[in-house]
Design a protein around this ligand. Structure first.
Ligand code: SAM
Ligand code: SF4
Ligand code: SF4
Length: 353
């Protein structure tokens, strides 16, 4: 069954201790990629030349079922996970994804279920997602300039449809809606101020993300990165800003508020100011591999255990051991040396952002 709404099983898998990794980081967040497929071909994530007609996406039987995902999330909740984010690929192309949201929202210990989407299917899904228990939504939107946006999404998708979807999400109560904009030098950096202007005073929280060297296909170069500090000074010069304290320890975005009270923005400076020290995220891919870092190489095949008769306790032990052994700090190392990317890395569309 692809999962109807039902009460969560009230069983807890008992582990001796909530694990912390070799750098003392706890497991707090689970990012779940529900599909490796996407209806966009963003140039920095799934370039058309690579993810074309001949690309082999996962066959359906290799993708985790909702019951399997819920089981992993429930076990992770017993290990300390409090927040779950659905991502992809594009999570809204997974059929009945709202049923999965209802299952995850019912897990004892999970305090927050959120989702990151490109927004193309959000307008007509927003109400159902909210009704299922989704708290908030993050919409990726790299530019409000129609031509720039159409070129960046790789499928000529018009920007007004995403702006309408953001309105629909706000109306459905998925607030505050966050807007993620990846900034690439020479591509959309000239539209940063337009984005700021469009979302000031709307209640949406706009966050600029430094272009990252995820995967092996986007041709990343350091020269393409617009440092967060540059983005902040550009906006500050037009609309004065002041820094805000983090909402919680480990928040990845650095927050700023407009001094005139028109809301806040954030910058995610994963390249120039890495935050590995506070990284409490575990990632589950659509086919059931676990990654303890966005820049992982192989991941751990949890599906074999899930489908091989392992008990909840066995799986909890597997995940706890994986987390205890974790040493990841890719972005910090990238900052220290320029050539860390020697091994092939997992693609962003595969692992989820
Ligand atoms: N398809 C959904 C979307 O675009 O929101 C969810 C998956 S997408 C991989 C998650 C996030 O990763 C998006 O906000 C996207 O902009 C971001 N992303 C993808 N490739 C990136 C890159 N090379 N550098 C920085 N962020 C990236
Ligand atoms: Fe698809 Fe999201 Fe990647 Fe764009 S960033 S190609 S929308 S998965
Ligand atoms: Fe976490 Fe890896 Fe990103 Fe560092 S590079 S913040 S360890 S996901």
């Amino acid at each position: 069954m692809q999962g109807g709404r039902r009460a969560a099983r009230k069983t807890y898998c008992v582990v001796a201790t909530v694990p912390s990794d070799t750098l003392g980081r706890l497991l707090r967040d689970l990012r779940i990629s529900v599909t490796d497929r996407c209806n966009f071909r963003c140039t920095y994530c799934m370039p058309r030349e690579v993810f074309g007609r001949d690309f082999h996406f996962l066959p359906p039987d290799q993708v985790l079922r909702f019951e399997e995902i819920e089981r992993v999330a429930r076990i992770c909740a017993s290990l300390g996970v409090r927040k779950v984010r659905l991502t992809g690929g594009e999570p809204l192309i997974r059929r009945d994804v709202e049923n999965l949201i209802a299952m995850l929202a019912a897990i004892p210990g999970i305090e927050d279920v959120t989702l990151t989407t490109n927004g193309a299917l959000l307008a007509h899904k927003a109400q159902a997602l909210k009704a299922a228990g989704l708290r908030r939504v993050t919409v990726s939107l790299d530019s409000t300039d129609d031509a720039v946006f159409r070129a960046m999404n790789g499928v000529d998708f018009p920007v007004n449809r995403i702006l309408e979807a953001i309105d629909a999400a706000q109306a459905a109560g998925l607030n505050p809606v966050k807007i993620n904009a990846v900034v690439k030098r020479g591509v959309n950096d000239h539209t940063i101020l337009d984005l700021a202007e469009r979302f000031r005073g709307t209640g949406c929280i706009l966050r600029f993300i430094e272009y990252m060297d995820v995967g092996n296909t986007n041709g990343w170069r350091m020269d393409d990165v617009v440092p967060a500090a540059e983005i902040v000074s550009l906006i500050d010069a037009r609309y004065p800003l002041e820094p805000l304290a983090a909402n919680y320890a480990g928040e990845v975005a650095r927050r700023y508020r407009y001094r005139d009270g028109q809301g806040e923005i954030g910058v995610i400076a994963s390249v120039t100011q890495p935050f590995c020290r506070d990284c409490t995220r575990l990632r589950l891919t659509a086919e059931g591999r676990l990654y303890t870092c966005l820049f992982g190489t192989n991941g751990y095949d949890l599906r074999a255990a899930l489908r091989g008769g392992a008990s909840d306790r066995d799986i909890a032990t597997l995940i706890a051991d994986l987390w205890r052994r974790r040493t990841d700090r890719y972005s910090e190392l990238r900052t220290l040396q320029t050539s860390v990317a020697v091994k092939p890395k997992v693609e962003m569309s595969h692992i989820g952002g």
